[in-house]
Design a protein around this ligand. Structure first.
Ligand code: SF4
Ligand code: SF4
Length: 473
């Protein structure tokens, strides 16, 4: 098999030989100061670097050079994302699943987990609970089950979610994380108005993938790996990729992740909208001691920084699998989106699950409420954002990417962040969060460089005080 970045064939665009050769190259050159510095020089142009160059940076152990890597990641983060952090919540609709993934408690053979699928009425109640927290952006999650979790059920649920208007609440963007499917079904999701289609590869190592997925449709490596190609063919141009770090050596999956991004760019002219970096953690019948590749904190930090450098235009997500302190460390290095107040059980927002009722996919490490997360972000000088403007303005796919690449997106993100934060502070925040947020909005408003935008944003912020909602740039 040859390495062909724009091939439609999984084993050509995620090419095992290319990954192994790149890792060997990086291991041999990771501490070559001249090479590392030349890669950093290229990266400073903010046009990205190749998977092989990124692997070299990931292999670098010289503290001084590592500091340069962190510094550049912070600069790029600042340039493209400012100090904004977008917030979202996962919504678990059903944990029925026919697959046999050995690292996930939803696997079909697990008899100890409580199976549950939400009715449309229950979805309504969950969404109202999420709206009452202040969320505007959801990611729906389901196991793979052709009967219980059919595409019609998914479509009906999306319609239900978008249709709920409760007080000042509204879910303005539904991202969807469902199993790899057909072009026809992706077209249906596009028509239903989804935001990003998210599918994690879990691991890019085919042999390991097949062992980790012994049964069920997901065991087909090529079908799973080529899912984003079908999604794009179906008209979905915002896709979110990720692996579950810890299933395979981090070097292999890090390379695979960047090669997948390069492939989408080469074949469709638009890279992934987001990259998620979950790390394996414990859950119902899953013990992390069974996995020998768990990623240590210092490598995780370096990995986040190098991803930021390698794909500056791609948003990066960390979930509540990570602890508060771990999230704190990676925010400044490149993460642009986090979940907050998450429940990973089916129906968990209306009623928090009792221990014996386990239906959760993984144990949440960061168990703070959304309000606590918002206040924590504010106190560190970040602007928590509930913005969903791009998708609603049709700025997706290459339209979105060309705006980001030209730097013009900066004129939308900050005012939108301030407007949606103000809505949050008025409608949902505790007194202490409000007290932390209002002065920050004033300060940040003055930093909007474009005068016309600044004036208009100021006017919108005043109108929010008068009870108006849903402004956007
Ligand atoms: Fe099912 Fe997804 Fe869990 Fe695999 S990871 S068992 S497909 S829910
Ligand atoms: Fe995201 Fe677009 Fe909003 Fe910026 S303006 S935060 S890119 S949705």
């Amino acid at each position: 098999m040859q390495y062909i970045p724009d091939s439609p064939n999984a084993e050509e665009f995620i090419n095992d030989r290319e990954i192994r050769e790149s890792i060997a190259y990086a291991e041999a050159h990771g501490n070559d100061r001249e090479l590392v510095e030349s890669i950093l020089e290229k990266a400073a142009l903010c046009k990205g670097i190749s998977h092989r160059e990124a692997l070299v940076l990931l292999e670098c152990r010289d503290p001084e050079l590592q500091e340069k890597i962190f510094l550049l990641a912070k600069e790029i983060k600042k340039k493209f994302y400012g100090n904004r952090i977008v917030l979202f919540a996962p919504l678990y609709l059903s944990n029925y699943c026919v697959n046999g993934c050995v690292y996930c408690p939803y696997h079909a053979k697990n008899k100890s987990i409580r199976r549950k699928k939400l009715t449309q009425e229950e979805i309504r109640n969950e969404v109202i609970a999420l709206q009452d927290m202040g969320h505007k952006r959801l990611a729906i999650e389901l196991g793979e089950h052709p009967v219980m979790n059919s595409i019609d059920y998914v479509l009906e649920s999306i319609k239900t979610i978008y249709g709920i208007k409760h007080k000042n609440g509204a879910i303005r963007r539904v991202n969807v994380n469902i199993a790899a499917t057909t072009v026809e079904n992706y077209k249906k999701l596009k028509e239903a108005g989804i935001g990003t289609y998210i599918l994690f590869q879990e691991t890019y190592n085919k042999q390991n993938y097949e062992q980790l997925h012994p049964t069920g449709p997901k065991s087909n490596y090529a079908y799973h790996t080529e899912a984003m190609d079908r999604a794009m063919e179906g008209g979905i141009d915002d896709v979110g990729i990720g692996v579950l770090f810890g299933l395979e050596t981090y070097r292999y999956d890090f390379a695979g992740l960047l090669m997948h991004a390069e492939h989408l760019e080469a074949r469709f002219g638009v890279g992934p909208h987001t990259i998620s970096v979950p790390r394996l953690c414990a859950a119902d019948d899953i013990d992390t001691a069974d996995f020998k590749n768990c990623v240590p904190d210092d490598i995780f930090r370096l990995m986040v920084a190098v991803i930021r450098i390698a794909v500056p235009y791609t948003g990066m997500i960390v979930s509540t699998r990570e602890s508060k302190s771990s999230r704190e460390k990676v925010l400044e290095l490149g993460v642009s989106q986090i979940s907050g107040g998450s429940r990973t059980s089916v129906g968990g927002y209306v009623e928090e699950e009792k221990e014996e009722e386990n239906s959760a996919q993984f144990d949440v490490t960061d168990r703070r409420t959304l309000d606590e997360v918002v206040e924590w972000l504010l106190k560190q000088g970040y602007v928590p954002s509930f913005c969903t403007a791009c998708y609603r303005e049709g700025r997706t796919g290459d339209r979105f990417m060309s705006l980001v690449k030209s730097g013009q997106i900066a004129n939308c993100c900050l005012p939108n962040a301030l407007i949606t934060l103000k809505e949050y502070l008025c409608d949902y925040a505790s007194a202490s969060t409000r007290a932390a947020g209002l002065p920050l909005i004033e300060k940040e408003l003055a930093d909007i460089p474009n005068e016309r935008v600044r004036m208009r944003a100021g006017k919108y912020l005043e109108e929010i005080d008068e009870g108006k909602r849903d402004f956007r740039f």
